[in-house]
Design a protein around this ligand. Structure first.
Ligand code: ATP
Length: 236
């Protein structure tokens, strides 16, 4: 039933001044699931991500996270409620070591901070091997892994990943998807915005296609076949 959903979005309208960016957007996200949000340029994907994480206030509609209405709340409040938005780009401090980057992201008392750090290194052993290395010298994929590990330090229920593999070589894209898979295995739900539609659909269990700010199609990722993708996304 709907009460078990981690995220419940209803009738969401978002505008930039007079320009409508999202209209009547509704969907649910069960705990620990992965949703691929697809759509052509300007469809409203990033706007949806930014509205969920509190960077843009909705004009209308409700957003429930874990039963709490977060629509229009501050990014800090939403983050504390369990939703972390990964920054576009890398979002790591290039001059600091991997360990320093992780330590900076921890909150709470010393014991909890140590627990969070150990958990992050357990999920991403590669980061432990590179603990003393400057983050700027990691590969692109590893920097995204570190960015994700930083986000997980606050124990979120849901991570929003907006174009995490943008500009990465194919091998590095593999690293990004594997990292997200590890986050899921640790119990975190993922809302993914991704240019590589087929890869996103392989990863996700649900799919939401936006078109001019509206939900054009939503359903199981397995049902989003090539004909459907071609209709809504063109030759991507
Ligand atoms: P892309 O794949 O190109 O990143 P998108 O699906 O993420 O696109 P959004 O960036 O959410 O789409 O944009 C949705 C609509 O809102 C577009 O028409 C865009 O021009 C407009 N828009 C986005 N940000 C702003 C802003 N800060 N001010 C005014 N209009 C905006």
């Amino acid at each position: 039933t709907s009460t078990t959903d981690l995220l419940k979005v209803r009738d969401l309208d978002v505008q930039y001044g007079p320009a409508v960016a999202l209209r009547d957007v509704s969907f649910d996200l069960p705990p620990n699931s992965a949703l691929a949000v697809l759509g052509p340029n300007g469809a409203g994907k990033s706007t949806l991500a930014r509205t969920l994480s509190g960077l843009v206030p909705p004009v209308r509609g409700s957003i429930e996270l874990d039963g709490r209405n977060i629509a229009g709340r501050s990014p800090e409040y939403i983050r504390r409620t369990g939703l972390v938005h990964l920054p576009e780009g890398r979002g790591v401090f290039a001059g600091l070591t991997v360990l320093e980057n992780l330590r900076m992201a921890t909150m709470g008392d010393r014991r909890r901070r140590t627990e969070s750090l150990n958990r992050a290194l357990e999920i991403f052993p590669v980061l432990g091997e590179r603990a003393g290395q400057a983050a700027g010298t990691l590969s692109g994929g590893e920097q995204q892994m570190l960015s994700l590990a930083r986000a997980l330090m606050v124990n979120p229920r849901l991570v929003i990943a907006d174009e995490m593999s943008l500009g990465l070589a194919p091998k590095m894209v593999d690293v990004v998807f594997e990292s997200l898979q590890r986050a899921r295995a640790a119990g975190v739900a993922v809302l993914m915005i991704e240019q590589f539609a087929t890869r996103a659909l392989d990863f996700a269990d649900r799919c939401l296609i936006l078109q001019r700010g509206r939900v054009a199609w939503t359903g199981p990722a397995d049902d989003a076949g090539s004909e459907l993708l071609h209709r809504y996304l063109g030759d991507t």
